[in-house]
Design a protein. Structure first.
Length: 163
């Protein structure tokens, strides 16, 4: 994951995307989730985009779109302003820094679509996807099922694992 996220190792990104696709297909076949009508990658601010040089969530979403034959919309949402990296922030700090940070373009909203999947690379607290979900629900102004698909989920530092 670090190679993909921080070193722009696209081969690692393709492998991780393929693994996510297999997990998603298994969940669909088991009836745990439904196939969405649209994939929405978590957008990056243009200043944030410069450091890695690409949006990892968008890379994953485009790969999933090809593998699953589901449309992806990279124009629907954008991120306002600049936020510091969330990697060292607490859940509360993340939530407060992300309130009202995502904009949804009303012209891109398709009211015929009511099942979407938000795509991200890593989820820590869920604050980012929660903020994006709120913006999407507000823009849709109708029934909307939102799933969140990510490659990795981190644990807080004090989580006790019982193996």
């Amino acid at each position: 994951m670090n190679e993909f996220k921080h070193e722009r190792n696209l081969a690692a990104g393709r492998l991780l995307t393929s693994c996510l696709c297999r997990a998603v297909m298994a969940a669909i076949m088991q009836g745990r989730i439904t196939m969405p009508q649209l994939l929405i990658p978590v957008p990056l601010n243009s200043l944030r985009l410069r450091k890695p040089g690409f949006n990892q969530a968008q890379f994953i979403a485009k790969g999933l779109s090809q593998l699953l034959n589901v449309n992806v919309n990279t124009r629907l949402c954008n991120r306002k302003g600049y936020q510091v990296s969330q990697q060292s922030q607490t859940r509360w700090q993340r939530q407060s820094s992300l309130s009202a940070v995502f904009q949804v373009k009303k012209s891109e909203v398709d009211r015929g679509t009511n099942q979407i999947a938000i795509i991200d690379d890593v989820m820590t607290t869920g604050a980012k996807t929660q903020a994006l979900s709120r913006s999407l629900i507000k823009a849709w102004n109708g029934p909307l099922e939102i799933q969140v698909w990510c490659i990795a989920r981190t644990q807080s530092f004090n989580t006790k694992l019982d193996w």
